[in-house]
Design a binder for this molecule. Structure first.
Ligand SMILES: Cc1ncc(COP(=O)(O)O)c(C=O)c1O
Length: 395
């Protein structure tokens, strides 16, 4: 059987060979040398004073410099976490703990790891306001401005949406927040590696990153924090990461995160050069099949296409495509058997019947035009099959 084709890079990416190579010594595995040769035993705890510990500390600090350099931040602004989810929770709950409860404004299209902690904060006296987006998934800046006039304290708006790929004008959001005396946070997990991301230029106070979306390992991320922001830790203990995030550092994953960030400029140059070529090829084929492309009118990530084919359930299509050898995502929440429609599409005002058909393709650096063509052919075949089955059932 042929290798399945992976078209779900917004969910996660494979670990790049170079990233894996740099991580290997820090597992400390391979008692007899192993795949990584003589340097395969760097398993020290970065808090230890001996040579093993110092080597691990040096590796963590080098990774910190690489992550900072990738986003125009200072290494002292990088707080390593277990991933994007923890960094988003830390940003909201950690900052809220130092502020007087006021209005917390988040967009209606945030990832659940922003919306859930935001909802939790209501129990601590915060007023939650969800800022609207238009039919193209673009934030309503006037709605934000009106909200900021209330009792502003904290704003969180993502840079790129994980489902539609739509980009937000986060610099404008940060500017409005600053003028209103509020702190601004952005979730840049999906943006990193697919567009230029610059912490200073965005003007936010906090920014979330995750390694596994940029060909790094799962289980590492960072919150980039302006030093003026005080954060209460979610995890207290040994005082690692300036006391903001206690717990022995995940050294191999952090090293991998640094290595993935170091590879970003080369990849980004290719992404910018190739532009939306592959995605346009995909969407031209999809439109011929009658697909509606969500957020097509917005500025979007170059790799993401979120679409629906009328009268075909997204979940059914995803399973059929999986059997045909193509890994894509559906727009439905997969946490329950009853497939809810995507809250992002609901926020955009998409008809539930169409939203139920949502399928996301997110391309990566290893995908080719031939793979896109093969996907379109398989999709066409599955569509005919599903529609003829539906016709038979209706008889
Ligand atoms: C926009 C966004 N934020 C946060 C996360 C969570 O990141 P992690 O998987 O590293 O916890 C994801 C993951 O899908 C995401 O797409």
């Amino acid at each position: 059987m042929e290798e399945p084709i992976y078209l779900d890079h917004n969910a996660t990416t494979p670990v790049a060979d170079e990233v894996w190579r740099q991580m290997l010594p820090y597992f400390g595995a391979g008692m007899s040398g192993g795949a990584a040769g003589g340097r395969s035993r760097q398993y020290g705890n970065p808090s230890s004073r001996h040579g093993f510990g110092r080597a691990a500390r040096q590796a963590v600090e080098e990774a910190r410099e690489k992550v900072a350099a990738a986003v125009g931040a200072h290494p002292s602004q990088v707080v390593f976490t277990s991933g994007g989810t923890e960094a988003n929770n830390l940003a909201l709950k950690g900052a809220a703990a130092w502020l007087k409860p006021g209005t917390l404004a988040v967009s209606r299209i945030e990832h659940p790891c922003v919306t859930r902690p935001a909802k939790d904060l209501r129990r601590q006296g915060w007023k939650l306001r969800e800022i609207a987006v238009d039919a193209e998934c673009r934030l309503d800046l006037d709605d934000l401005e009106r909200t900021l006039a209330e009792s502003p304290a904290l704003v969180s708006v993502m840079l790129a949406n994980n489902e539609t790929g739509a980009l937000q004008d986060v610099a404008a959001v940060a500017d409005k927040a600053r003028r209103a005396g509020a702190l601004a946070h952005t979730d840049a997990v999906q943006a990193l590696g697919k567009m230029a991301v610059d912490f200073r230029a965005l003007g936010v106070d906090m920014m979330t990153l995750s390694a596994h979306k940029i060909y790094g390992p799962k289980g590492a991320g960072a919150l980039i924090v302006d030093k003026r922001v005080e954060l209460a830790p979610l995890l207290s203990g040994g005082g690692q990461e300036w006391g903001i995030r206690s717990g022995t550092e995940n050294v191999p994953a952090i090293v991998g995160f640094g290595a993935a960030c170091e590879l970003l400029p080369g990849r980004l140059a290719r992404v910018l050069q190739e532009g939306t070529g592959l995605r346009d090829r995909l969407e031209a084929g999809l439109k011929k099949m009658g697909a509606a492309i969500f957020a097509a009118g917005a500025e979007r990530l170059p790799n993401t296409s979120f679409f629906a084919l009328p009268s075909v359930e997204g979940e059914t299509l995803v399973m059929a495509l999986d059997r045909a050898g193509f890994a894509v995502a559906s727009g439905a929440a997969c946490s329950s058997a009853s497939s809810e429609i995507s809250p992002v599409l609901a926020a955009m005002g998409v008809e539930p019947s169409l939203a139920k058909g949502a399928v996301r393709v997110s391309l990566g650096q290893e995908n080719t035009a031939a793979q896109v063509d093969a996907f379109l052919a398989a999709l066409g075949g599955e569509l005919s099959r599903l529609r003829s089955m539906a016709a038979v059932m209706a008889v």
